[in-house]
Design a protein around this ligand. Structure first.
Ligand SMILES: [Zn+2]
Ligand SMILES: [Zn+2]
Length: 187
């Protein structure tokens, strides 16, 4: 069975070099749906608590919220960072508090202090799904990711299932030592 969580991300981007309107900077509210698949955890009668899926995903994906997403070779990047620098907001600001954990993968690097994500490929809905899977594949048993943004939508299904041991009392993933960091359960 699957546990499913959905949340919104507000971001700005553009398709650098694309022959169409999307080559101009613009913004979206994107909706991301993550489906986690496993057996039912008998102790709690769930696959995985949806709020925990959201918490795990949001910790890193918050980097895309109220953020600018640009490809690494986009000349807007040095222009924007130049202005942010001048304005004194490139390396953070007291009101820039809703920050995600900085991350760096093959496909993307987040700069939470500047609310910037720099990507290797153009951030289409398909591109976003690749980035999200890469960030979360070791933390969640993801069966499907769907991302919709404006008129665009894409989804991908995954069959690569690993064993994630879950707490029989609250349902979250146990540590390697078999401990639940939420309720204190020990295997
Ligand atoms: Zn767009
Ligand atoms: Zn627990």
């Amino acid at each position: 069975m699957r546990s499913i969580t959905t949340f919104d991300l507000q971001y700005a981007h553009r398709f650098y070099g694309f022959k169409g309107e999307a080559q101009y900077l613009h913004g979206h509210t994107g909706t991301l749906t993550i489906e986690v698949e496993d057996s039912i955890n008998k102790g709690v009668n769930m696959v995985f608590p949806c709020n925990e899926i959201k918490k795990t995903a949001w910790a890193v994906l918050k980097n895309f919220d109220h953020a600018l997403v640009l490809r690494e070779d986009d000349p807007l990047l040095p222009a924007i960072t130049g202005v942010y620098e001048q304005q004194g907001i490139l390396h953070g600001h007291p009101q820039n508090t809703l920050k995600g954990e900085a991350f760096k993968t093959e496909l993307a690097k987040a700069y939470p202090d500047a609310r910037l994500v720099v990507t290797k490929e153009t951030m289409t809905v398909e591109g976003m799904i690749k980035i999200v899977y890469d960030l979360l594949k070791d933390k969640l048993n993801i069966a499907k990711i769907t991302f919709t943004s404006g008129d665009n939508a894409a989804s991908e299904e995954y069959t690569d299932r690993k064993e994630i041991e879950r707490c029989p009392l609250c349902g979250i993933a146990l540590t390697e030592e078999g401990v639940c960091i939420k309720c204190g359960y020990k295997k």
